[in-house]
Ligand binder design. Structure first.
Ligand SMILES: NC(=O)c1ccc[n+]([C@@H]2O[C@H](COP(=O)([O-])OP(=O)(O)OC[C@H]3O[C@@H](n4cnc5c(N)ncnc54)[C@H](O)[C@@H]3O)[C@@H](O)[C@H]2O)c1
Length: 372
């Protein structure tokens, strides 16, 4: 009876940062019926106005202090940019809140390891949105490998290239494309390998002669001998008339292979193992925020942290290696191709695009799934 009553109580949350991601969480939490979105905090007045219209049941604030000081708030969602996160994490721990954070957990490695330290010395739960770990397709692949269908896992090949966020458009606190987005794939390779990175070599391209590489390929090995290559770039046909992308994983074992690809709507997994050959097509699932929120809600309700939830440490490790792989590219030949005038053209096109890859949200937009 007591458990039943507990399950029926909504979890009180304060959302901090109501941009593109914040709205995704708001939408997923509302849909689930498990959450009471008591507060929304954003420093931008127009965003606050929009939040008031979208979420009349929430208290809209521009200073997060009131959320931390409200003892009835159990969880804070830290969805603004990385530069504000460490201060918010410190406050959350200090005021005894559970934490759902966006990646990267902070703007510098020093702050990220401070966040790990804090998260690991409290009884409060925390997680970071390393969203690929919550995808149905990677869980399906992992389970298939666990069953021994491809023999011993030997080679992980991951590629994600889109005409996404261009340099200078925003999110500078999150680093160049290989850090901002690439850290997801650095994390994913580590998650599949179940080992730590051992060796690496990176080749970058300073596309449009921008100061940092916006395309990078890194290959190397893990401690357990698995080899990897990761290719990531937001450089994939930015000015093509009809834009497209190329995103896949290709995993090779001693006996079989698995691979997946997606078009952001449908994900397709091909499983070629020793006893089973399967092709599974299901909806892509976007950022899997519904799964993350469900697992987090379950953790709070049961008092036991769901083991599948990514940790702050996982995020700090992925961030660390994404930076190291980027840094490595500066130590080899790092060519520059194209000119900044083309980059200006790209930024201009993206400013006026209605539906494109990784467009930053404008305040007059209601949430809808757009490409990462
Ligand atoms: N996990 C993923 O797959 C994924 C994908 C995209 C973005 N992200 C991360 O999510 C975070 C948010 O990204 P976004 O695309 O929503 O950005 P965004 O620019 O759309 O939104 C950020 C919002 O935070 C607000 N803000 C800024 N500083 C604030 C502060 N101190 N307090 C309260 N509000 C503040 C801004 O006004 C804005 O509304 C970033 O760290 C980004 O790297 C993660």
């Amino acid at each position: 009876m007591k458990t039943q009553a507990l399950l029926q109580t909504k979890i009180k949350v304060g959302i901090i940062g109501f941009g593109r991601m914040g709205k995704f969480y708001w939408e997923a939490m509302r849909k689930s019926g498990q959450w009471d979105i008591a507060y929304i905090c954003d420093t931008d007045p127009d965003t606050c106005l929009l939040a008031r219209q979208m979420s009349p049941e929430s208290r809209i604030v521009s200073d997060n202090q009131v959320i931390f000081e409200d003892d009835s708030v159990q969880v804070v969602g830290l969805f603004s940019l990385a530069d504000a996160r460490i201060e918010q994490i410190e406050k959350a721990i200090c005021y005894g809140k559970h934490i759902i954070a966006e990646k990267p957990v902070a703007d510098t490695l020093e702050h990220e390891w401070r966040a790990v330290e804090l998260a690991e010395h409290t009884d409060r739960f925390s997680t970071v949105n390393l969203y690929l770990r919550n995808s149905w397709y990677h869980n399906q692949i992992k389970e298939y490998i666990r069953q021994g269908e491809i023999g011993e896992l030997a080679i992980l090949r991951i590629c994600h290239m889109t005409p996404g966020l261009a340099p200078g458009e925003g999110h500078e606190a999150e680093g160049p494309a290989f850090h901002d987005c690439g850290m997801h794939y650095v994390d994913l390779a580590r998650w599949h390998a179940e080992s730590e990175y051992k060796t690496w070599h990176s080749q970058g391209m300073r596309m449009w002669s921008y100061k940092d590489p916006w395309w990078l390929q890194c290959h190397g090995t893990f401690e357990n001998g698995i080899a990897f290559d990761i290719t990531q770039g937001f450089v994939y046909g930015q000015l093509s008339k009809v834009q497209t992308h190329n995103s896949y994983v290709d995993i090779i074992g001693t006996k079989g292979i698995v691979r997946m690809t997606h078009d952001f709507k449908t994900a397709v997994v091909d499983l070629h193992g020793v006893s089973q050959t399967l092709r599974i097509e299901k909806p892509f699932g976007g950022k899997n925020i519904d799964t993350l929120c469900r697992l987090f809600a379950q953790s709070i309700e049961s008092g036991k942290r769901a083991p599948q939830l990514p940790t702050v440490r996982d995020s700090a490790i992925a961030s660390k290696y994404a930076w190291m792989f980027l840094d490595d590219s500066y130590t080899h030949d790092l060519p520059a191709i194209g000119d900044l005038a083309t980059l200006d053209e790209i930024r201009e096109r993206r400013r006026t695009m209605k539906n494109g890859y990784g467009l930053l949200h404008h305040n007059n937009q209601k949430p809808h799934i757009i490409h990462p």
